[in-house]
Design a protein around this ligand. Structure first.
Ligand code: HEM
Length: 265
């Protein structure tokens, strides 16, 4: 087996490993925390004296769980290529679920008794969740596949905050055994902020790594002459500098990423 073939096989194994790190906890969290809402109960204690609190959590949790389950399958290139209609249909279900879940979460955020710092974290999550969903939709409607992918990575990273929040909570509760003066409210708030910031950072690292590294993004190398030609006034590239799905190529001399096609992928 050649080195190239072997390294491709290693990369593919890594990809499936990382993918299973999304799928397995997504299924586990949905099964444990979301399914009770379908039958009118919940895993965590809920203050029923707050009007509409339980209903907002149920209306939030069920579509949010659906989005959490759908997301990973949408990132599998082979499934996208073989079943494009299913990808489009599940994509719509995902986005509608996010909008419904975010609308209900807005009410939960306002009425939650868990404190102001937590409300700010959830409010930021709601705004970022809706904004990235809107951008993902807008970009695919105008055919910018690469940008759509980037916005969906951002959006799913926020959806996945439901998983990391609960993992941090689990760790925080263990920490409360070591530091008995640590209040649960602080652990909860810190976990919400950590899940929001941590997931955003991981997503941005992944996006930058995948879109700027020649090895991962498939960027080609352009000769110095081709690069200079493309930078002349009036050159096609000069007039269309937007990144809209084209594969940028890197000029070996200028070190610049240059857009050579306007629609690709
Ligand atoms: C990323 C955007 C999200 C935001 C802004 C958000 C916001 C919220 C808010 C404000 C609450 C009430 C918390 C409280 O009062 O203490 C809540 C609870 C809940 N959320 Fe989310 N959430 C998001 C994503 C998700 C996802 C993807 C799931 C899927 C599993 C989910 C499942 C739940 C569940 C099950 C509860 C009820 C508490 C429990 O039973 O654990 N959320 N969420």
């Amino acid at each position: 087996m050649s080195t190239a073939v072997r390294s491709r096989a290693v990369r593919r194994r890594w990809w499936w490993f990382l993918w299973s790190l999304l799928v397995v906890p997504a299924i586990g969290i949905t099964a444990y925390f979301v399914t009770p809402y379908v039958s009118g109960s919940s895993t965590v204690p809920i203050d029923m004296s707050i009007p509409g609190y339980y209903v907002s959590l149920a209306v939030h949790a069920v579509p949010a769980g659906l989005a959490l389950l759908i997301g990973p399958w949408q990132f599998v290139p082979r499934l996208r290529a073989r079943f494009p209609r299913a990808h489009r249909m599940l994509g719509r279900v995902y986005l509608v679920s996010v909008v419904v879940a975010a609308a209900a979460a807005t009410y939960s955020t306002v009425v939650t008794p868990s404190g102001f710092a937590l409300q700010v974290a959830f409010a930021m999550l709601v705004v970022a969740w809706l904004y990235s969903a809107a951008q993902a939709y807008r970009t695919i409607r105008r055919g910018a596949v690469r940008l759509h992918r980037i916005w969906m990575i951002r959006n799913y990273a926020l959806t996945f905050a439901a998983v990391t929040l609960r993992l941090y909570l689990l760790l925080g509760v263990q920490l409360m055994n070591v530091i008995p003066s640590l209040p649960y409210k602080d652990v909860y708030t810190a976990s919400a902020w950590a899940s929001l910031l941590g997931n955003v950072l991981v997503a941005e690292y992944f996006i930058i790594h995948r879109t700027t590294s020649p090895r991962h993004s498939g960027l080609g190398r352009v000769s110095k002459a081709a690069c200079s030609r493309s930078r002349r006034p009036g050159a096609r590239l000069g007039r269309r500098p937007r990144i809209c799905g084209g594969r940028p190529q890197t000029c070996a001399s200028h070190g610049l990423a240059t857009q050579i096609r306007t629609r690709a992928l």
